[in-house]
Design a protein around this ligand. Structure first.
Ligand code: AMP
Length: 218
């Protein structure tokens, strides 16, 4: 059965690390709207230029722009057995949009659809954001305090430079938390009421959270 997994949780709750691992585990594509938008910015496309204005302020990028990117991506052949969607939907409007996209792409499929909510205390997360670095090549995520690279400033896997996201500073992070509470947090109840939600305790080590995640998505 085709598996379609989406994830909810505040910025820096650990979703990126875990869903990357999960995509590898199932052999499904990891589709992460934040990374797709950053790639548009790096390529200096029209969409990238629009997205940058919102990302720099910690606000959601217009729904039409993100929706079109996701729709095109989910139609691709590598999504036919399943996908891991990280960072979409992020508002009620996007959740309804995803339902429309799924109706279109899943006409002939039986689908196991599940939303997983990463439950974590938000106060701790600002420090995670400020200390977060990622590999400019493979996207591996590090933390200067809790998961430092073996060689300072270099990725353990590919050896290239680690970078800090421009929106990973305290001011923009606070705006991203406000956006999350206002736009995204209501989706937890939305999927709970549809009986499509699993909640995991996202406190603890990467391995501890991974064990909990596997129990709800396998
Ligand atoms: P992330 O990498 O998931 O933390 O996302 C970084 C930024 O990209 C967010 O603060 C938003 O500005 C933008 N973004 C990512 N996903 C979406 C989405 N589904 N809808 C609108 N904006 C998004």
């Amino acid at each position: 059965m085709k598996k379609e997994l989406i994830f909810l949780g505040p910025p820096a709750c650990g979703k990126g690390t875990q869903t990357n691992k999960l995509a590898e585990y199932f052999g499904f594509p990891h589709i992460d709207t934040g990374s797709l938008l950053r790639a548009e910015i790096a390529a200096d496309t029209e969409n990238g230029r629009i997205a940058k204005k919102f990302i720099d302020k910690g606000q959601l990028v217009p729904v039409k722009l993100v929706g079109d990117i996701i729709k095109n991506r989910l139609k691709q052949d590598d999504c036919k057995d399943g996908f891991i969607l990280d960072g979409f939907p992020r508002s009620m409007e996007q959740a309804l949009m995803l339902e429309d996209i799924r109706k279109e792409i899943d006409k002939d499929n039986e689908v196991d659809f599940r939303a997983t909510y990463f439950d974590i205390e938000m106060e701790k997360l600002i420090s995670r954001i400020i200390n977060r670095r990622s590999c400019s090549k493979c996207g591996a995520i590090y933390n200067l305090k809790t998961k430092a690279p073996k060689v300072e400033g270099k990725c353990d896997v590919c050896g290239v430079d680690l970078v800090q996201r421009k929106d990973d500073n305290e001011e923009v992070a606070r705006a991203r938390f406000d956006t999350y509470l206002k736009e995204t947090a209501p989706l937890v109840d939305y999927y709970k009421n549809k009986n499509e939600l699993s909640t995991i305790d996202a406190e603890g080590t990467i391995d501890e959270v991974w064990e909990r995640l596997l129990k709800v998505v396998e």
